[in-house]
Design a protein around this ligand. Structure first.
Ligand code: SAH
Length: 363
């Protein structure tokens, strides 16, 4: 057969992208071309993870933190935060609420808080796993091996630890080491995998000092790490942090700084879906904070398949201020739950059933 030289070969939606192509897409501004990117990401999403949108209840169990991250409002030096740590009874009551709302997972997140003792949390994990049908995801920062082992043993299913940026120098600046221990989140991610956790990571978009090339490399790394979950969201400056105040800054040459915009976030969500077709990818609260009305839906139609409604009791939620004006401060109770379900159905999708684990090799 004579080769057809006039048309380009059809690209399978699952065909992946090189780092150079990712970089080109990050620079793309033409709306018609971007429509193509959204459509491609949506097709990959549909083929690999289907139309279900998994709901994970996010429970912020403590805002104590020993770290001094330049971006995060919970950093140890922020003395304006009123610190809290939930009790076992409070955590169990929230887990019961997650079950009542039909969520498949509870995600327990905190600052890096060693007041959360290994056995205390192991006992809670064991209780949730025996008393409820929930999957348990942890996001407790850079805990030592023994803790990660004990919690896995107790039944925890997944662990989230964003590597934040793959640029070593930028990472060291925004995320100073603790207790003379060099922070190596990639080593911890590998360890989590060995222990049998589903592993999640991700980055912030538009951190001061983050270049387009770095972000393209980050996205490329998501694929090499074969992540089960990838969370990406815009960096939002917090006024009580060095980065938010502009005290620590790594100024980049004109045109190299990634903007922390809604559009850039959609590009990263879409590219992430294309490079990690099977991953569970949330449409994040930080994205909804930039666009309260449509942010979550647009994330879902451009590659995402997970929403993490906040189930933290309101009097604690206001104090878990990693960045200001989180949209979830308005989102609460059964009315919000129905609203989320309606929003999911309004875009032709359906709320997920079961725990929503990573599905391998569906196509
Ligand atoms: N202590 C845990 C959980 C931190 S909060 C840990 O360090 O892993 C979860 C995520 O929120 C962080 O990984 C970071 O990517 C994001 N985050 C923190 N501060 C932020 C900010 N100012 N803007 C946007 N995202 C932020």
């Amino acid at each position: 057969m004579k080769p057809n030289t006039t048309t380009t070969p059809p690209t399978s939606p699952a065909a992946s992208l090189t780092e150079a192509e990712i970089l080109d897409w990050l620079h793309e501004e033409d709306p018609a071309n971007l429509e193509e990117l959204w459509a491609r990401a949506d097709a990959v999403r549909k083929a690999h993870v289907g139309d279900e949108v998994h709901l994970r209840g996010l429970l912020e169990i403590s805002n104590h933190c020993i770290r001094r991250c330049g971006y995060c409002g919970l950093r140890a030096d922020n003395h304006r935060v009123e610190r809290y740590r939930m009790t076992e009874a409070e955590v169990m009551a929230c887990a019961a609420e997650a079950v009542a709302y039909g969520y498949g997972t509870v995600v327990m997140q905190s600052g890096e808080d060693y007041g959360i003792q290994t056995d205390w949390l192991a006992n809670i994990i064991r209780r949730i796993k025996t008393e409820t049908p929930l999957a348990v995801t942890l996001s407790m920062g850079e805990r030592p091996d023994e803790d990660l082992e004990a919690w896995r043993e107790a039944g925890a299913d997944r662990y989230l630890l964003r590597f934040e940026t793959s640029n070593r120098a930028l990472y060291r600046m925004i995320h100073p080491d603790a207790r003379g221990k060099v922070s190596d989140r990639f080593a911890i991610l590998a360890r989590l995998r060995e222990l049998g956790y589903e592993v999640g990571s991700g980055v912030m978009i538009g951190i001061p000092g983050q270049s387009y090339a770095t972000l393209a490399h980050d996205i490329h790394l998501f694929r090499s790490l074969d992540l089960d979950m990838v969370g990406v969201g815009p960096y939002i400056g917090h006024p009580e942090t060095p980065l938010g105040k502009g005290e620590w800054s790594a100024r980049l040459p004109e045109g190299e700084q990634v903007p922390n915009t809604e559009l850039m976030t959609y590009k990263v969500v879409a590219l992430t879906r294309i490079v990690c077709p099977e991953a569970n990818i949330p449409s994040t609260t930080a994205l909804a904070t930039l666009n309260r009305d449509q942010g979550r839906e647009q994330g879902l139609t451009r590659g995402a398949n997970v929403i993490m409604p906040n189930i933290t009791p309101m009097h604690y939620r206001t104090r878990y201020e990693i960045y200001p004006a989180k949209v979830c401060l308005q989102e609460t109770g059964p009315a919000f739950y129905r609203n989320i379900q309606d929003r999911i159905r309004s875009i032709g999708r359906r709320p997920g059933e079961g725990q929503g684990n990573r599905i391998r090799g569906r196509t």
